[in-house]
Design a protein around this ligand. Structure first.
Ligand code: SF4
Length: 315
């Protein structure tokens, strides 16, 4: 639980407590798409998403799943030469869309590695999550010790959804969380701070809704401008304001105070490959921002979950 020394329940600490070690995510890219790219809901994607679908782009570089896994495992083995070392993370695009066939085949291929990777994590859009998808993931618990499903929320505001061309909704997020919970999956909510048109308390609203949905994990992500995105064009035209690290640190600290102490924080701040990154400039490295957030909590004498969200728990 959060303490004065460690005011945030981070994934690293949670894994250390449960597995006695840190497990490294191995990012896997199936080269799929999403309804916001193929025209089902929109073309071109969310304004901040690059052509790799917020992933590694490995499939576009013609790397097979096995190659991606072996490279990732080699990096993970530097930390844990023996035993469990990795989290199998299907990251890019919407991994349950347009149908379940690619994910099903990939899981059939990868489940033999469950001894090295006891945790399976799959990212998707809430509106791409069906009972069949939930069933497929639930079946993986026969092989993996834990199965996580990660849903993007990004904003609770329908007008901001429209501005970022995301074409999903808060209602869809709650529906997906209920469904995943019914199938015994651990739910991770991906939040975003600093989107165009977002209210100053936008991140707090996301955390309140995540708490209301009963998620087991959360990720915090600041808006970043990447090459080959709609946002990059807006940034060149001075149409977006980006957060400073100090404002972001205070925003996340405020959000953490509202986040139930039981929720594991999978990420406090995002980073992007330097060759893809355009702005904001002048941010310290990720580890530094991470420690700035914890120091801010300590300076306040605060802890994760010290305040009660206003929204009632649902379901
Ligand atoms: S839903 Fe995800 S993959 Fe699709 S455009 Fe948005 S961020 Fe990219």
């Amino acid at each position: 639980m959060p303490s004065a020394e460690h005011p945030v329940r981070t994934l690293g600490r949670d894994l250390m407590a449960r597995y006695g070690r840190r497990l490294r995510r191995v990012m896997l890219d199936l080269g799929l798409t999403c309804p916001n790219r193929d025209g089902a809901k929109g073309y071109g994607g969310c304004i901040y998403c690059d052509v790799s679908g917020s992933g590694t782009g490995a499939a576009r570089q013609r790397q097979s799943l096995e190659q991606q896994w072996q490279q990732g495992l080699a990096r993970a083995r530097k930390v844990n030469p023996q035993g469990p070392a990795a989290i199998l993370y299907f990251q890019s695009y919407s991994n349950t869309y347009p149908d379940l066939e690619p994910l099903q085949q990939a899981l059939a291929q990868m489940r033999r590695w469950a001894d090295c990777a006891p945790i399976l994590a799959v990212g998707t859009r809430p509106d791409c999550f069906s009972p069949e998808a939930a069933q497929l993931l639930a079946e993986q618990r026969e092989s993996f010790a834990e199965v996580w499903v990660e849903f993007g929320l990004e904003t609770t505001d329908a007008e901001v959804q429209r501005r970022i061309a995301r074409h999903d909704s808060l209602e869809s997020f709650h529906r997906a969380c209920v469904l995943a919970g019914e199938f015994g999956l651990k739910r991770i909510c991906h939040t975003m701070a600093g989107l165009p048109g977002e209210r100053p308390d936008g991140l707090l609203r996301q955390v309140e809704e995540a708490a209301r949905a009963g998620v087991e994990g959360i990720k915090f992500h600041q808006l970043m401008v990447l090459r080959r995105t709609q946002l990059a064009k807006m940034w060149v035209n001075n149409e977006v304001e980006l957060l400073s690290p100090d404002v972001y640190v205070r925003m996340v600290a405020d959000a953490l105070e509202l986040l139930p102490a039981s929720v594991v924080v999978h990420r406090l701040v995002a980073e992007a490959p330097p060759e893809e990154y355009l702005a904001p400039s002048g941010w310290p490295p990720r580890a530094k921002v991470h420690s700035m957030i914890e120091h801010e909590m300590q300076r306040r004498g605060s802890l994760q979950g010290i305040k009660k969200p206003q929204a009632e728990a649902c379901g």
